[in-house]
Write a protein that binds this ligand. Structure first.
Ligand SMILES: Nc1nc2c(c(=O)[nH]1)N[C@H]1C(S)=C(S)[C@@H](COP(=O)(O)OP(=O)(O)OC[C@H]3O[C@@H](n4cnc5c(=O)[nH]c(N)nc54)[C@H](O)[C@@H]3O)O[C@H]1N2
Ligand SMILES: Nc1nc2c(c(=O)[nH]1)N[C@H]1C(S)=C(S)[C@@H](COP(=O)(O)OP(=O)(O)OC[C@H]3O[C@@H](n4cnc5c(=O)[nH]c(N)nc54)[C@H](O)[C@@H]3O)O[C@H]1N2
Ligand SMILES: [Mo]
Length: 832
């Protein structure tokens, strides 16, 4: 296998690539022969299931799948996702790394200078590096922890392909948790017995029929339900529309607790309760204080279903060691809500049936565990957990949760793991006393501090010494915080391999980049409706893989060929055989007979595969409404929660025993490392930067769609939303370029002045493509990725999750000559 570097360099330069760079793609395809008719094909995506008209080998038109009555505008970005100048055309290798490999000058990483490779040379290099790192260092030096929003489709689920192939070669470091709900999914098992965040919630029809008050707490479902984990069909919007009607006729009151006037508030026409950012726990403690003082809380419920109320109330009443009573007057100075309004709000919550619905951004901040725990405590005090239209939900803004689920079996996926009993090529599982799994948001800490120790959820984690990372189906140079700190960490890495279809910043900071194709260039199946599991969709390949891109399946089959395990990897099947196998297994699982008045019948009949593939989908039908925690309410001893005691834990002995200073035995208010509105560091940086999820993208996906991006950018940059007061105070007008900065970094963005934002609050959507002027630390980001500015600390010793939303900044009108945006259009191609 070993080829000398010299022969390799000679054989590899595949020639004449530079001439193909630039927007030639669109021009060339326009001249391709086009049949008048074309063919409509069925396809799916996170943005929705849809039909595509394919003409002359090109996607010409897109229209939503008939079932989807509330399609998102983002379908307009699909064509631009396939055809854009940022598509990765060939396997590419970073210039300095090609010449010097691990002995190169790693400060050049990020300079975006790359050399084109043939597929054979690229996969040889990939394999050589796997061998070198496994042999020389062992499994603790290789990180292949897949996390991220891979495209839809069960067969081609790309993280599975990457991890299965790498696992056949040897052991590696993995991750635990995710960026979405890291704090929530860690704290809630102690409190309510499950993660809650990914659990099915009470069905919307029951909420609409029974709730009198709905609190949308840090939650913007109208914006965030546009995308789903599977092929979305947006059924939840039907219920939002009904809710709008009920607000209008006065039968339901909806209050959105949010510093910002959200898209949902504007759509529903509901009320907003303004609160200072990151101060919800102070507000909630004062609500508990009022409920207690005014005897509005449900004593019987607390006695029957919850534990640890007294120690918590001692804290609220000022009998704990901090000696501070959590009165509305105390809270007002922190959260900015007048004491009188806090009392009114508490009375409202207790007056009738109230459904609390939390979003997730509020736990993506320092001490993000606390608002979730405190939400559960409030819900317990209101005593409506397990009743239709009452209690608490942590997920009605996500992937059609709350739409009654069909109950059908979903298809399986291409296997992630190596088949039991088959040992990898390097069966060395010696991590030298370090951990083989790290909390996902702490991987940069790990790179910077090998051998370092952190506390995590009741145990200690020792960081392994990672030398090589493999990324597939994720974009860490968008998703992780504090890019300048990331640069320092990446200087320590010997090898970075990325598999993607778009040349984003992660490619720029990699050594070897392999072009995958998009989901529209391969065949697959997936459910539609996400959590509602409404049916099964045939995802037809629309066009052939563009340029030299290949399916992840192909790429990793060929990688495994290099160590003789390709047959085992693919199990001797090709793409369509896999798709059919997953369908047939799903059909079998759904063929179970159930009794019905007219005798036994198959509840979810599915046709033969060929028929399904031609029809494009199978509908499973609507499901039955359901109430979360109803079984627990009915019989708490029999249907005990998964907490240590089986009850709701207002105080957790287990957490208390961990002895953490930043997550105590009951929910507490803790000041943040930095905070606007009079909090720490606000003298220097008075603006809170919230980096919430984009209205017109899925994270960084679709940012590359040039025409679609142009519908929202300002002078070609990502918008920064701000209040008229903050703009005026700095001489900024709508449409100006602004420089946004703090001690961690600086970026350019385009000003959008809006009354939706209060003084002291600015917003840049996450997922804006990072485009530094050069590879240096501190370099100006020319497009506006908020993670240039965010803080990289764990939420607490409990969850060690991301604190992305704890971030303060200052901004100024940018008057210098503006540097060109460097984010798009691929690498700078260098010929040898
Ligand atoms: N500041 C801030 N940062 C955040 C957040 C925030 O609120 N604020 N939110 C966090 C959250 S909740 C999340 S979930 C993360 C999201 O972080 P990611 O999931 O990493 O974000 P995506 O932009 O969806 O990146 C997916 C990447 O996979 C590639 N890809 C998709 N499908 C395939 C495939 O089939 N094959 C291959 N090879 N590649 C594919 C896409 O092109 C894209 O580059 O971001 C986190 N980061
Ligand atoms: N369009 C679109 N939809 C998406 C996604 C996407 O990228 N685009 N991503 C999906 C994914 S992966 C995830 S994880 C979810 C994310 O879902 P969430 O994390 O719930 O969504 P965000 O949009 O980040 O924030 C929701 C609201 O929280 C408010 N908020 C932030 N901090 C505070 C606070 O301290 N207090 C209060 N009271 N309010 C606060 C914000 O102002 C915002 O209105 O969305 C999913 N849906
Ligand atoms: Mo997420």
């Amino acid at each position: 296998m070993a080829i000398s570097r010299r022969t390799f360099l000679k054989g590899m330069a595949a020639g004449g690539a530079a001439s193909l760079i630039g927007p030639g793609l669109l021009a060339r395809s326009a001249t391709a022969s086009v049949s008048v008719e074309g063919t409509w094909k069925m396809a799916g995506s996170h943005w929705g299931a849809f039909k595509a008209l394919v003409k002359g080998g090109r996607v010409a038109e897109i229209k939503p799948f008939d079932v989807d009555r509330y399609p998102t505008d983002m379908l307009n970005g699909i064509k631009g996702l396939i055809y854009n100048p940022s598509r990765i055309r060939y396997p590419m290798v970073r210039l300095d790394w090609l010449k010097n490999r691990e002995n190169g000058d790693r400060t050049q990483r990020g300079d975006n200078r790359f050399v084109r490779l043939t597929w054979d040379s690229a996969l040889d290099l990939f394999y050589e590096e796997l061998e070198r790192v496994q042999k020389h260092y062992g499994p603790w030096a290789l990180y292949a922890g897949a996390t991220g929003w891979r495209q839809t489709g069960q067969m081609h689920s790309c993280g599975n392909h990457m991890q299965r192939a790498v696992a056949m070669h040897g052991h590696f470091v993995k991750k635990v948790g995710d960026y979405s709900t890291g704090a929530g999914q860690s704290i809630l098992p102690y409190v309510l017995g499950s993660t809650e965040v990914y659990s099915q919630g009470t069905s919307w029809p029951l909420i609409l029929d029974n709730s009198k008050t709905i609190v949308l707490w840090a939650n913007d479902p109208y914006k965030n339900l546009q995308v789903g984990w599977n092929c979305e069909t947006h059924e939840a919007y039907e219920y939002l529309e009904q809710l709008k009607g009920k607000i209008a006729d006065g039968s339901i009151r909806v209050i959105s607790v949010d510093p910002v006037r959200t898209k949902t508030q504007k759509y529903l026409g509901c009320e907003q309760l303004y609160i200072n950012p990151m101060t919800d726990v102070a507000f909630m403690l004062a609500l508990a204080h009022t409920l207690y003082q005014e005897e509005l809380y449900d004593k019987a419920f607390i006695e029957a279903y919850a534990l640890g109320f007294e120690p918590f109330m001692d804290y609220v009443l000022g009998r704990a060691e901090d000696n501070t009573e959590k009165t509305p007057e105390w809270a007002e100075t922190i959260c900015g809500v007048p004491a009188g309004e806090i009392r009114e709000f508490a009375r409202l919550l207790a007056s009738d049936r109230t459904q609390l619905i939390f979003g997730w951004a509020i736990q993506r901040q320092q001490h993000g565990e606390q608002p979730y725990w405190m939400g559960a405590v409030l819900a317990a005090m209101l005593g409506q957990i397990g009743l239709p239209g009452g209690g608490i939900s942590y997920a009605h803004h996500y992937s059609s949760i709350g739409v009654p689920a069909s109950g059908a079996s979903a298809p399986g996926a291409f296997p992630r793991n190596v088949d039991a009993g088959k040992t990898p090529k390097y069966d060395n599982a010696d991590f030298k006393g370090t951990n083989d799994t790290i909390p996902v948001a702490r991987w940069i800490d790990c790179l910077l501090d090998p051998g370092g120790k952190i506390q995590y959820n009741g145990s200690e984690v020792t960081f392994p010494d990672i030398k090589m990372c493999i990324f597939s189906g994720c974009n860490p140079w968008h998703h992780h915080q504090d890019h300048n700190r990331m640069k320092k960490a990446f200087h320590k890495l010997e090898t970075v391999v990325t598999i993607d279809y778009s040349w984003n910043a992660t490619c720029r900071f990699s050594d070897l980049v392999l072009p995958a194709c998009t989901q529209f260039e391969r065949n697959d199946i997936d459910i539609y409706g996400s959590y509602s599991n409404r049916g099964l969709l045939a995802m037809h390949k629309l066009v052939d893989p563009l340029f030299h891109s290949r399916t992840d399946f192909d790429i990793f089959t060929d990688l495994c060929r290099r160590f003789g395990r390709h047959d085992e990897y693919a199990q001797g099947m090709d793409e369509m055989q896999w798709v059919k196998k997953l369908y047939d297994e799903c059909k079998d699982a759904n063929s179970v007979e159930v009794s019905s008045p007219s005798g036994p019948k198959v509840r979810f009949p599915m046709p033969e595969f060929e028929q399904f593939w031609q029809d494009g989908y199978v509908d499973f039908g609507a499901g039955d409404p359901w109430v979360r925690h109803a079984d627990f309410r009915e019989a708490p001893e029999v249907n005990a929660l998964g907490t240590p005691s089986g009850f709701i834990e207002i105080t957790s002995r287990k957490i208390d025993r961990y002895g953490y200073d930043d997550c105590k035995g009951y929910p507490t208010w803790m000041e943040k490392a930095e905070r606007s509105h009079g909090g720490p560091n606000s003298d220097k940086y008075p603006l809170w930067l919230q980096s919430v999820h984009p209205d017109q993208r899925l994270h960084s996906q679709m940012c590359e769609a040039d025409e679609y991006r142009a519908t929202y950018t300002v002078q070609g940059r990502e918008p920064i939303y701000m209040s008229p007061q903050d703009a005026k105070a700095r001489g900024i007008a709508d449409g100006d370029l602004v420089r946004v900065f703090n001690d961690r970094g600086q970026l350019l963005a385009g000003a959008r002045v809006s009354n939706d934002f209060p003084t002291g609050v600015v917003r840049i959507h996450e997922g804006a493509w990072y485009g530094p002027v050069d590879a240096s630390i501190g370099a100006l980001d020319t497009y506006g990725d908020p993670n240039t500015l965010t803080m990289d600390v764990g939420t607490s010793k409990l969850a060690q999750a991301t604190s992305a939303n704890t971030c303060v900044v200052e901004m100024e009108r940018y008057t210098g000559e503006a540097p060109a945006v460097t984010s798009f259009g691929g690498p700078q191609m260098v010929e040898l």
